[in-house]
Each structure stands twice: as structure tokens, then as C-alpha cells.
Design a binder for this molecule. Structure first.
Ligand SMILES: Cc1ncc(COP(=O)(O)O)c(C=O)c1O
Length: 345
């Protein structure tokens, strides 16, 4: 079978810390055969306990789930009743648009503004729509998928002040440590806030399926819903903790990714008709001339370089390229340059 390189699902292609593999190699009988006994100490998991320490919260304010996807779904099913509104960004992860429907609710959107080299949240626009539509739940994503932009802390704080009547879900899937020193005060000031994070992206553990939520005081119903009396996946907990114990490894790959992004900005940014957006995530968004879209897609597929050709109402001449290893990134850049050099548009 021809070798394909998959750079279309925002996975972390540098892979997890070697310490994660050590856990798998050394797993013993009890880790696989027995339920956790940590309940007897009054916490739900060794992982929630560890995460709580990292952000200075009581353990009960850290919820665990089967990926950020699972926690998002549970939060929406918990708080969005039939006929109620969910407010999401117009450019966003496709799954956001499904969420309201899964709960029998109504999906409404707020726009992101396109600047010269990135998309931006416009706080006043969001507030206007919020006050008009009165949604039960609001979703903010930072960095946002697929645009890659983040919301600045002062903007987030101002925005949260105006969204007090709703449950606010702040999806930080792509920013594991963003605002860590602010989490405690942000949750105290905003008791309806749910911050969702994951081990899938920064920690390169998407296959493990571990996400977690950091929650305000009012988020009791979701706490009950996510609780598991027989505990959580013990092997996953250990692997995730090994990842948390490897800060040097992850700092190194995150620096590599910064360089990888710079290479994409400079190399693809030179091509006629291309616009590369600045990204704070592990992928980049690139606008390409509509007239080459179909042919470039075919060309890249033939080369076995699978990147995402966006096909949405608002983003329909855009590529979303997940960062690969240095070698994979060079293959993608060289292939796009080769195509561009040989096409006459
Ligand atoms: C914005 C956003 N949130 C959440 C997720 C889901 O992450 P997880 O693997 O933890 O379910 C994704 C996956 O791509 C995503 O793009």
C-alpha cells in the first residue's frame, strides 16, 4: 500500500514523551485488572488530583472525560434544553455545529473578523448578538479551529463579564497551559464557566482519549453526569501523568512547531494568491485561489499528502494543514510549490 502522510486531523505528529511508552512497557497486572482504589482518599482519580494541583483548584472542580469531544457533548446535553440557543463562532470546528441539534436546541453563530494576517474575535459583535439572542450556552474556542487565532486575556475577561446569564464553555483544546495562573480567579469570578482541555494535542495523546474540564462552582449538574463510580481508565491516567512529568520534552517539540509554522508562513506566503493566517495552534489555515482548489487537491492526494481542503459555506477555498514532523512539512511545502510553479493561473 502506498505510504500516505495524514495531516488533516490536527494530531501531534512528533508523538508523546518517551516516558509515556515506559508506562506501557512496565504496566503490571493490577493496573489492567483492578478498579482504582483512589476513591477511598476522597478524589475521583489520580489524574484529576494532579491536574487540580497544577491549576490550584480543589479536585472536585476538575472533571474527566473521553476527550474534549465527550465533555463538550456532555456539557451541551446537560445544559441545553429543547428549543434553547447555543451561540458558537461562525468559523469553528465542524462538530460545534452539530452540538445544538444533538440536544434539540438551536444553533446560532457570531462572526470572527478577518484581519490582514489572522482572524480575530470582535467582543462588541459577540455581545450584541448575545444580548439579542439570549442563548443558554455560549462557546468560545481559543485557539480556534480552523482559524488558529486566540482570544487575548483582557478581551476574554471583558467578554465573560457580559455573559453572566449563560453557561460559557471555553474550549482550550489547543492551548494546554494557556492562562494557568488565571484559572482559579477566572472560575471564581465566573461560576458558570467550563474550561475544556485535552491531552490530544499538546501532549500528542489523541489515541488515549483523555480530556478534562475545569469548572466554576455552579457546574454541579455536569459534575454528577461525568462522575464514574468505578473510576477512570487507569492506564490512561498513568500515561497522562507521565506526559505531565515531561515538560522538557514538550517544550522542545512546541518550539519545533513554532519554527515549522514560520516556515509555512514564509514559504507559502510567497506564492501568488495565497494567504497564510497566523496560528497559535498545531495547524495552519491557508487561503488559496479558488481556481486551483480542485487540481491542487488531486495533486496532493496523488502524492499521498493528505491535508484538509475546507469545504464549508464560509471557508471554501482554504486548506487546513496540520503540522507534521520537519520532514513531512517540507514535503507538503515542496509539493505545493511544485504545483504552483507548474500551474498557469
Ligand atoms: C476545537 C476542538 N475542540 C476539541 C477537539 C476534540 O479533542 P479531543 O481529542 O480531546 O476529543 C478538537 C479536535 O480536533 C477541536 O478541534
Amino acid at each position: 500500500m502506498e505510504h500516505k502522510v495524514y495531516l488533516d486531523r490536527n494530531e501531534n505528529n512528533y508523538g508523546p514523551s518517551p516516558r509515556c511508552f515506559d508506562i506501557l512497557k512496565n504496566a503490571d497486572h493490577s493496573l489492567l485488572s483492578c478498579y482504582t482504589k483512589v476513591y477511598s482518599t476522597g478524589v475521583k482519580s489520580i489524574l484529576s488530583e494532579r491536574l487540580a494541583k497544577e491549576v490550584n483548584l480543589p479536585e472536585k472542580r476538575v472533571l474527566l472525560g473521553y476527550g474534549a469531544e465527550d465533555l463538550l457533548k456532555q456539557a451541551i446535553l446537560c445544559y441545553l434544553n429543547k428549543g434553547e440557543k447555543l451561540l458558537i463562532p461562525s468559523y469553528s470546528w465542524w462538530y460545534y455545529k452539530e452540538l445544538a441539534g444533538e440536544a434539540g436546541g438551536i444553533n446560532i453563530e457570531y462572526p470572527l473578523v478577518e484581519g490582514t494576517d489572522s482572524f480575530q474575535y470582535n467582543i462588541e459583535d459577540i455581545i450584541k448578538i448575545y444580548e439579542r439572542e439570549k442563548p443558554k450556552v455560549v462557546l468560545i474556542s481559543s485557539p480556534n479551529n480552523p482559524t488558529g487565532n486566540s482570544i487575548a486575556l483582557p478581551d476574554l475577561k471583558n467578554l465573560l463579564k457580559r455573559l453572566k446569564e449563560s453557561i460559557v464553555i471555553f474550549d482550550q483544546a489547543y492551548a494546554f497551559e494557556g492562562f494557568n495562573d488565571q484559572i482559579e480567579s477566572m472560575l471564581t469570578e465566573n461560576p458558570n464557566l467550563i474550561i475544556i482541555r485535552t491531552f490530544s494535542k499538546y501532549y500528542a495523546l489523541a489515541g488515549l482519549r483523555i480530556g478534562f474540564a475545569l469548572i466554576g462552582e455552579n457546574i454541579q449538574k455536569l459534575t454528577q453526569l461525568t462522575n464514574r463510580y468505578l473510576g477512570f481508565n487507569r492506564l490512561s491516567e498513568e500515561v497522562a501523568i507521565a506526559a505531565l512529568d515531561s515538560p522538557e520534552y514538550y517544550k522542545t517539540i512546541s518550539n519545533k512547531m513554532k519554527n515549522d509554522k514560520e516556515l509555512y508562513y514564509s514559504e507559502l506566503g510567497k506564492l501568488k494568491g495565497f494567504k497564510v493566517y497566523k496560528s497559535d495552534a498545531n495547524f495552519i489555515l491557508v487561503k488559496i485561489p479558488k481556481e486551483i482548489y480542485a487540481a491542487l487537491k488531486e495533486f496532493m492526494n496523488k502524492k499521498g499528502l493528505i491535508i484538509k481542503f475546507m469545504n464549508e459555506e464560509l471557508l471554501n477555498s482554504h486548506l487546513r494543514i496540520t503540522l507534521g514532523t520537519e520532514e513531512q512539512n517540507l514535503s507538503v511545502i515542496n509539493a505545493i510549490k511544485e504545483f504552483s510553479d507548474n500551474s498557469h493561473f
